[in-house]
Design a protein around this ligand. Sequence first.
Ligand code: BGC
Length: 373
Amino acid sequence: MRKGIFTLAAGAAALSLGLTACGGDGGGTTTAQGGGASSSAAPAKPGKIGVILPDSKSSARWETADRKYLSEAFQAAGVEFDIQNAQGDKNQFQTIADQMITNGATVLVIVNLDSGTGKAVLDKAKQQGVATIDYDRLTLGGSASYYVSFDNTKVGTLQGEGLVKCLTDKKADKPIVAELNGSPTDNNATLFKNGYDGVLKPKYDSGEYVKGPDQSVPDWDNAQAATIFEQMLTSEPKIAGVLAANDGLGNAAITVLRKQKLNGKVPVTGQDATVQGLQNILAGDQCMTVYKAIKKEADAAAGLAVALAKGEKPTVSGSVKDPEGNRDVPSVLEEPQAIFFENVKDVVADGFVTKDELCTDDYADKCKEAGIE
Ligand code: BGC
């Protein structure tokens, strides 16, 4: 059945799992362990790990960050792995999963495209004795053994607070706020919205802000986001702030605002600290983004996957409630960070983007101003 050739660098098999994590309800340090169980017996060859990424258009992160950091972590652990991208195609997603299992994967790490197909893949894997991890997106009603992500409600809270800061800086009076939400099929989009609405709703209710158009963008599709925002701005030309759920949606709104010469006047939020998002911030067209240190997320997921591939049962201290499956999913959640013009340099210092890719000719002066050396 298994035709894998293990490219195990001698001695690299022992991956130490020191996962620092925050649990669903508050935090604490988590150590995923399970190692050492077979100290006297000869260690069995670890199984193969399959990872399915969702697409390469809804955010640059999947190909530029997640694939890179996961590969590096698996390579360092010396395990055999296969990372594929479903390119937004749900049938393809299921086909890839089937193929990975046929090819000997004993652990499957997925970023679902929606909970329905995610659940089908997870349940089928489980039936075949394949261990599963929900990576970044929780599959509602699913059967993953672990969930590794960020505190996504906190991501939304930072976006809401960020927009408030930028509107305050602009001394906006009773600003009309538009919301461009993520995909309705992504549980994260729901959590982000819970987070930012938690900040914005009291302001709508008190009359300090005015609630403007509020729409979800199917599949986080950036092109559709531009069309949706164009319609929002036509129906409500006085939009004074845009809560966009990620950098791609934010850029779509900024593109539309530019045509009306409103860029820079209307603050727009984002998420993912993409090169484009950070450049929009440097240019003054985007108010903030949320940086998620994907290396930490990838390292945590890889640590669990490697332990599972060795037949261990790693423990984590956090958990997240799956409201649909009505179960607590053992979880590792990392902390997000708000990024404004002043601290774009933190993202560079962390090695997430390089000065070379960020500070191209058009942005060189702004980079200097932002203290990016
Ligand atoms: C991720 C975001 C990403 C979005 C679109 C979400 O589930 O958490 O980082 O921007 O999907 O891919």
